[in-house]
Design a protein around this ligand. Structure first.
Ligand SMILES: [Mn+2]
Length: 342
């Protein structure tokens, strides 16, 4: 659904637009709850699993950890943690179960995830959702959910904790702030509200900002740096008017490769990799491309769903998983960019 760009940076507009849109799509779905109601809803369950997406990042880990400490429950992730997600988990001292069977829990709260495919086979029948992606993928079927267009899930979780009168430990505040720093690209994509939340987290946790930054400065290992350098050096660059679109193949670290291509000058970058019988493509775009109306969340969703898969994320960073040949899927991604950019 196309949106007038001039409204897109207006948080209240987005929220009311999104609420209206979701309710119009799911007339029987009344399970959207507010942050202040979270405690009452979660209190109906005895054994709760806070479930992070595949390759769980600091926003997912920090959010799941803070919710589990405040309301009780276990933290888990599907398949693995990202490099920085792993570093965050270590610093805040949370044990993260990897792909546990959901049978032992009477509710899974899916955190920071909008697309079913990011959860593999783990998604249980009874689940709730706390997320900041603009995607209706998991809303149908959720027992209850909070989904708002915030810059990070951590900011939503902070509101949940405050509005339910929870005390916050140093580790909870640190995990949330690290999640925010990571998802906002060190506040490059922050909203005014993000800075307010960050200040409150620093005061609540009693640590320095630098300490939170340090958590994310994990050096990439040499195999990752080699893979990303090779992927950027063999990338295909296409000029579409004033826009440069780069695409490449790499069999891991797709997100890092796409980000590296945008860092060195591409307006839009796609990196595709094979994972068993599936193809994963990560996409990133420059701020200029976003300002021109390019929305990778939509684009990757469309291409993913057209090829027996799905995709989503944010306007400037998204991914898909689908079936097919990497070159065919990359070509389709590039075509869709051409249709959208002037
Ligand atoms: Mn996030």
């Amino acid at each position: 659904m196309p949106l007038p760009t001039r409204y897109s940076e207006e948080p209240n507009f987005w929220f009311s637009f999104w609420t209206t849109y979701i309710n119009s799509q799911n007339p029987n779905c009344f399970m959207r709850i507010s942050e202040s109601e979270f405690g009452a809803y979660i209190g109906k369950y005895n054994n709760v699993l806070y479930l992070c997406h595949r390759n769980a990042d600091p926003d997912a880990i920090g959010s799941a950890f803070a919710l589990s400490r405040a309301f009780g429950g276990t933290v888990a992730a599907v398949d693995d943690l990202s490099r920085t997600g792993g570093a965050a988990a270590k610093i805040i001292g949370v044990e993260v179960l990897i792909s546990p069977s959901a049978d032992a829990y009477d509710l899974a709260v899916v955190v920071d995830t909008s697309v079913r495919q990011q959860l593999g086979e783990i998604l249980p029948e009874n689940y709730a959702l706390v997320d900041h992606h603009l995607d209706p993928g998991l809303l149908d079927g959720a027992e209850f959910y909070i989904q708002k267009p915030s810059k990070s899930t951590a900011e939503i979780v902070w509101t949940i904790l405050k509005e339910n009168g929870k005390t916050i430990s140093r580790e909870m505040a640190l995990g949330l702030l690290v999640g925010m720093i990571s998802d906002t690209g060190r506040f490059k994509r922050a909203a005014p509200e993000s800075f307010r939340t960050a200040a409150e987290l620093l005061e609540a946790g009693g640590f320095d900002y630098d300490e939170a930054l340090q958590v994310l400065s994990v050096p990439q290992d040499i195999s990752q740096r080699i893979a990303v350098l090779k992927a950027t050096s063999r990338s295909k660059i296409e000029r579409q008017g004033e826009w440069l679109v780069a695409s490449t193949e790499i069999n891991s670290f797709e997100g890092s490769a796409a980000m590296a291509l945008v860092d060195i000058g591409a307006d839009v970058a796609f990196a595709a990799g094979r994972h068993g019988d599936r193809i994963r493509i990560s996409a990133r775009s420059s701020r200029a491309a976003v300002r021109m109306g390019l929305n990778l969340n939509e684009l990757m969703g469309e291409v993913g769903r057209a090829h027996n898969g799905d995709g989503g994320g944010h306007k400037a960073a998204a991914a898909l998983e689908a079936r097919g040949e990497p070159q065919t899927l990359l070509l389709e991604c590039r075509k869709k960019v051409a249709e959208r950019l002037p």
